[in-house]
Every structure is written in C-alpha cells, then in structure tokens.
Design a protein around this ligand. Structure first.
Ligand code: ADP
Ligand code: MG
Length: 269
C-alpha cells in the first residue's frame, strides 16, 4: 500500500495557503517523520492524509486510488489519525470502551470491538488492571497509549500521529516509540509529526520538513539532516562544536549513541 501526495495545496481562507504544492510518497511499512515549526502546516497535512480535509489543489492516492474515489467514511479506518493532545478526546467510562469505540464505529459487533480493543491494549502495553478504569485515571503517557490503541484497534494500514510523544518524559516517549517500531514490523506505515529533530532523527527512516507551508526537504533521514537548512539534532550541535575545535567527527550525527561511538573512535586513535 503506497501513499502518494501529488502537488497538494490547502487553504483555510481564500488566498492564504496553509500548505503549498506538496509532493511526496511513502512506501508501506515505513516510519515517516514530518517536522517543522509551529504553524508550518504539519497538522493540516495529517488531516489531509486521513481524509478529514480535502486538498484545495492536487491529489492524494492510496495504492494508486485517488482519495476522492475511496468512500469517504472508510478512509479514516484505513489511514487512522491520532490527534494532537488525544487525551482530551478520551470520553468513555472505561479505557476498554474508549478503545472499542473506533472498531464499533467501523461496524464490528460489540464483542468483536471489545476483542479488537483488548488486542490493541496489549500492543500498546497497557496492563489489564487499567482496562476497566476511567481513562481519566491514567498517567499522561498511559492516556497517549490508550488513544493510540483506539486507532490501532481499527486496524488501519497507515497510522498518522500528531505530536504523540510531545510533553512526555523519556520513559513515556520510549514506550510510545517502541510501540511504533513494533507496528512497523507488522507492516504498518507510521507517519508521525514532531517538532523535535531528535525524535525524528532517531525514529524516522524518511523525513519531510515543512517551512511556512512549503516543502523544505524530503528524503532519507541522514540525507535530510545533512542539509544545512534543516534544524540540527542536539547531538549534531555538540558534534559541530567539536569539529570547530578540530576534532574529526563525521556529519550529520543523528543520536546520542552515534555521538558517543564517534567520540570513542577519536579517543581510540
Ligand atoms: P502546525 O501543525 O505545523 O503547527 P497547522 O497545520 O496547525 O500547523 O497550521 C498551519 C497554518 O494554518 C497556520 O498558519 C494556522 O494558523 C492555520 N490554521 C490551522 N488550522 C486552522 C483553522 N482551523 N482555521 C484557519 N486557519 C488554520
Ligand atoms: Mg500541529
């Protein structure tokens, strides 16, 4: 299943483009990162990918079928979106019912929906003793994983996630991203938005960078982070200071582990 965006623009108001002429494609089973500053159009792009919005110009294809030819009500089940701050949308009396809401909406029977929900909760690592609790009693990281489970339970081919790890501590973040890596291994396409270059550099295989609604860079992660106009990871900031002091470290450095291993090489020389 390939996702293809072709010359897409989107305007909320006539004459003002929140996204201008964006093109890229994503192979099934890829972890794809979208970064850019606040207001650059990231959330708008995700809502277009999920079919919530229709492009003002251009086309989007899922497996060579244009979105406009796919029944509008089925798209959100095939390209599942987790909104920014999804915890504000948990509303059922228990975690399990909340997660079962999507599959029930998709037309599964109550029993089937509960089974889908249970499976999804196992996938995101939420323990059984939490399933019958109110979603409001979960920690911040658990709420995010419950929201993620709600989309996983609908068994979409593509998951689009808006700032899913924002504001979480390291443990919460690691848990979320390990779920995403597990989903990738199952063949799902994961598209995640983050304003953190560190998260994108660590977890994405391919990256798209938006700047004021325009595509600034797109491609394989290391290639994109090689571009001087793309925000640097923290490790790369340290690496570039070391280079200035004459220490020979290759560029770009994507993660702390990479930085550490390059420093070890220099020390060992
Ligand atoms: P990001 O997610 O990167 O912060 P958004 O996609 O939310 O960016 O916003 C892109 C642009 O579209 C911004 O200029 C924003 O103000 C505008 N915008 C977003 N949502 C709406 C809306 N519902 N109505 C009008 N303008 C909007
Ligand atoms: Mg946003």
């Amino acid at each position: 299943m390939k996702l293809r965006v072709e010359s897409v623009s989107y305007s909320y108001r006539k004459g003002v483009e929140a996204l201008s002429n964006i093109s890229f494609s994503i192979e099934q089973g890829t972890i794809y990162g979208i970064m850019g500053e606040t207001g650059s159009g990231k959330s708008t792009l995700l809502k277009l990918l999920n079919g919530l919005y229709t492009p003002t110009k251009g086309k989007i294809f899922l497996d060579d079928r244009e979105y406009s030819s796919i029944t509008k009500s089925t798209l959100p089940f095939r390209v599942g979106l987790v909104f920014q701050y999804p915890e504000s949308q948990l509303f059922e009396e228990s975690v399990i019912l909340d997660v079962a809401f999507g599959p029930k909406n998709k037309g599964r029977s109550k029993e089937e929906a509960i089974m889908d929900a249970e499976k999804a909760l196992v996938t995101v690592g939420l323990k059984k003793d939490k399933w019958n609790k109110s979603p409001f009693n979960l920690s911040g990281g658990e709420k995010r994983r419950a929201a993620l489970a709600g989309v996983i339970a609908m068994n979409p081919e593509v998951l689009v996630l808006d700032e899913i790890a924002a504001g979480l501590d390291k443990e919460g973040k690691d848990r979320i991203f390990s779920v995403l890596e597990k989903l990738k291994k199952e063949g799902k396409t994961i598209i995640f938005v983050s304003h953190s270059p560190d998260d994108v550099a660590r977890y994405a295989e391919r990256v798209l960078v938006l700047n004021k609604g325009k595509l600034k860079a797109e491609g394989e992660v290391r290639e994109v982070f090689s571009s001087p106009s793309v925000p640097k990871t923290q490790s790369e900031v340290i690496a570039s200071e070391m280079r200035e002091k004459g220490i020979d470290i290759p560029s770009p450095i994507l993660t702390l582990e990479e930085l550490a291993s390059e420093i070890v090489k220099v020390v060992d020389k």
